[in-house]
Ligand binder design. Structure first.
Ligand code: ZN
Length: 137
């Protein structure tokens, strides 16, 4: 069974590679490369997979799942300028794709064993754009 918990956080970013020139970044990322940054209200959906416990009827403790997402993602990223305040985004361009990978990397160690394993991270950058990441293939 799949169980999904949603969380939201707001953060700003610049999509620019520090190794490229401003003109190269402008060509590659367009207005998203503006060095002053811009914000998003990110919506995160964390999906775990497991079997409901025959006694409790639950796949996983929902309060614990909420606490894990808060501690690993919301607390460190909410109201932050990702490029300057959240590792590794001083080195890695904080696109939605790279953010989803980093969120997976942070959550996976705490959701890696029965009763439930991390199955998918879905990150909405805007209402009409999201990425799904299910770990390395
Ligand atoms: Zn953006």
């Amino acid at each position: 069974m799949l169980l999904t918990r949603k969380a939201e956080f707001s953060a700003s970013h610049v999509c620019a590679d520090p190794a490229r020139t401003p003109a190269e970044n402008q060509a590659l990322y367009g207005p998203n490369a503006n060095p002053h940054g811009h914000g998003h209200n990110y919506v995160l959906e964390v999906t775990i997979e497991g079997d409901p416990d025959p006694v409790t009827g639950m796949v996983f403790d929902l309060r614990e799942l909420k606490e894990i997402i808060h501690a690993e993602v919301v607390e460190p990223m909410d109201h932050r300028f990702l490029n300057h305040e959240v590792s590794p985004f001083d080195q890695v361009v904080p696109t939605a794709e790279n953010l989803a990978v980093e969120i997976w990397r942070r959550l996976q160690p705490r959701l890696s064993a029965p009763p439930a394993r991390l199955k998918n991270v879905r990150l909405f950058e805007t209402a009409d754009l999201y990425v799904d990441y299910g770990g390395e293939r």
